[in-house]
Design a protein around this ligand. Structure first.
Ligand code: SF4
Length: 364
């Protein structure tokens, strides 16, 4: 597959199946192939918290694989050092998935690991991963306090023993995360962007982004996600390092992007957490789609971090309810294209919103 494939909606099982039938990535695989699914179950919190991969995404992938005659399917994860993977499997709905589809759950914390080398550096990785013929990485689109974002590249940190996870932190995370992807290479990355988190990998401030993103290049996936979340690639070190050591291409305006179901962009549905509620004070929302609203929330969070929001007393309008309204004010997306200040896109990226609002606020 070339570039990225994006599907919009809020029904992960149906969305991911439709997306997989579009690219049909396993058609060459033999029926005995061992398939690994690596979700993000960093801790035992349901996907509605923004922290973990929706079990409905795993369900949709398993249905697709089984319909393709592939039944040797294993879900594998090692939660973070402070939590139990087995508890996460239960709380996050994966025990039910395993029973319903007769697939196995592997706790990578039970795997002591083996040494592997990349560019002269040694890392300990779980041996189980080496036995997989086709690995599907299922990260969540979310913020991270140290690495800015956690997505395709960082999700593979669940495939190393706990002792190695601690060592990664002592090494500052950026370089070891990038290098780990030189050792463990997932065949396909499917990002749960239906529900992610604004700032922390442990969730708590869920943000609906209304989409699933697929790609075979983790650097391309993560650099695209960085822009969706309002970051310049220069701000996300582990993605930059992974690109420099030849693990993938950075997203740019020429990247091939195929979008499915743009006309089905879902509305915002969740009750906001504390931080999202705070940022929503600057928003006038009228029938906004969640991919659009999610971009604006990420952009406002970035502007807040830059110290620009405190002095800003205006409101930003967003949503289909503003179509054809000629208003003197700031509007987000094509629905507000008759506003005096409009940030184009449908949905726009947080990076573009940040750039535009930064100028407006600074010149106010
Ligand atoms: S610009 Fe309008 S139609 Fe497009 S994503 Fe935003 S709210 Fe939805």
């Amino acid at each position: 597959m070339k570039g990225l494939l994006i599907i919009y909606g809020n029904r992960p099982r149906e969305m991911v199946k439709k997306l997989l039938y579009e690219i049909d990535p396993v058609k060459e695989l033999s029926k005995n192939s061992i398939i690994g699914l690596k979700p993000n179950l960093v801790l035992a919190k349901p996907a509605t918290s923004g922290a973990t991969t929706s079990p409905e995404i795993a369900a949709g992938i398993i249905e697709y694989l089984q319909e393709r005659g592939l039944f040797n399917i294993h879900i594998m994860e090692g939660s973070w050092v402070g939590d139990s993977t087995k508890r996460a499997y239960k709380v996050c709905g994966y025990e039910n998935i395993a029973q319903r589809y007769k697939v196995t759950l592997i706790d990578l914390k039970d795997d002591l690991g083996v040494n592997a080398q990349f560019l002269g550096e040694t890392f300990k990785v779980c041996e189980t991963i080496n036995q997989v013929d086709y690995l599907i990485n299922l990260p969540v689109l979310k913020g991270h306090c140290q690495t800015k974002l956690t997505c395709a590249l960082k999700n593979l940190k669940g495939c190393i023993p706990d002792s190695e996870k601690r060592r990664f932190h002592s090494l500052g995370l950026h370089k070891p995360i990038a290098y780990l992807n030189g050792i463990i290479k997932a065949n396909l990355h499917i990002v749960d962007g239906v529900m992610g988190d604004l700032t922390f990998e442990e969730g708590g401030n869920p943000v609906e982004m209304g989409r699933i993103i697929a790609g075979t290049d983790p650097v391309l996936v993560d650099s695209y996600v960085a822009e969706l979340m309002g970051y310049e690639i220069s701000e996300v070190k582990h993605v930059q390092i992974a690109h420099k050591i030849g693990l993938g291409q950075l997203y740019n305006e020429d990247t091939s992007i195929q979008e499915i179901d743009r006309e089905n962009m879902p509305a915002v549905t969740i009750k906001p957490g504390h931080k999202v509620k705070h940022l929503a004070k600057w928003i006038n929302e009228n029938q906004a789609c969640s991919p659009c609203y999610g971009s604006l929330i990420h952009a406002l969070d970035k502007l807040d971090d830059m110290g620009l929001l405190r002095a800003f007393t205006g409101k930003i309008s967003i949503g289909r309810g503003y179509k054809d309204s000629s208003i003197d004010g700031i509007g987000i997306g094509i629905c507000t294209n008759k506003f005096s200040h409009n940030i184009a896109g449908c949905p726009p990226r947080a990076k573009d919103i940040v750039k535009h609002l930064e100028n407006v606020i600074k010149n106010a």
